[in-house]
Structure formats: structure tokens, C-alpha cells
Design a protein around this ligand. Sequence first.
Ligand code: ZN
Ligand code: ZN
Length: 159
Amino acid sequence: MRICDIALRQVGKVPDTHGEPTQVRALVPLSTLQLEDGSPAMETDWGQVLPAPAARMLSCDSVLRRIVTDPLTGMPLDVGKPTRTIPLHVRIAVTAKYRTCQWPGGCDMPVPWCDVHHLMHFADGGLATLDNLTVYCRVHHTHQHIRDQTEHRQHRKAA
Ligand SMILES: [Zn+2]
Ligand SMILES: [Zn+2]
């Protein structure tokens, strides 16, 4: 999405929004965001199927809308109001706090090309507060969510 975002800005198709991400719509069950065993994958409105770590990564900094569906038919029964997982003023604060990707091993990707990441994911109860948010470039953000899923599975096996 970051590449699309940059490309679209280059051709003047979308306004420069100071790091605001381009939008892609997707349906993702809450159980998938919570990494429950047997949860279905996320599906974008273009039919692209993405695994749970990708769903958690993309939802880290997104606009959510709760949709209640009929468990038998899948038909929507109720649709909630859109809510940002990171309110805009908090997003501005966290991106002003850092200059580059905060990957512990070091990374010099500038913040305008980074994603905002919840250290404790909101699906696990993490809040959109400055002490629970950081910035990672897309490579390290992806890496972190794959690592999170691995640790989640190991923790569940040990429990
Ligand atoms: Zn994240
Ligand atoms: Zn990085």
C-alpha cells in the first residue's frame, strides 16, 4: 500500500496527507485479529486473502467499522460508525516524536514512510497512547507482526 500511496501522490491522484495511509477496505473477523486458532483469513474488497499477521499489521493504523453478520448467511445485521484505531492527534504526536523507523536493530527509514504500530495490539487491549505506539517501516512492521504471531503460538503451547 505504501508503494501505491507514493505512486498515487507522484501522479497527483491523491492529496499529500503527511503520511496518512491510502485506504483499502477489508473484512476481518475479530477472532482473526485476536489470533484465535482456526480463524478465517482477512479478505479485501478486491478479493485478496491475507493471513492474520497481515490483518493485525494493516489494522494497527486504520479506520475500523464494526459489522455484525448473521452467522448462518453472512448477511450484515448491524453496522457501526467508523473509528480510527489511532486518533489523528495522537498519530501526529507519535510521528512528530521520531525521525526514523524505531526498529531495535536500527533502521534509517524516515517517519513519513513508516507505519504507526501498537506495541500491545488494540485487539489485545492495547491503547492508542504515546507510550504504546511506535513507528516502523513496512519491512520491520511486517517482521514484527510475524514475530508476534510466533510468540503468541509459543505462549499458548506453554499455557
Ligand atoms: Zn503493528
Ligand atoms: Zn525499519
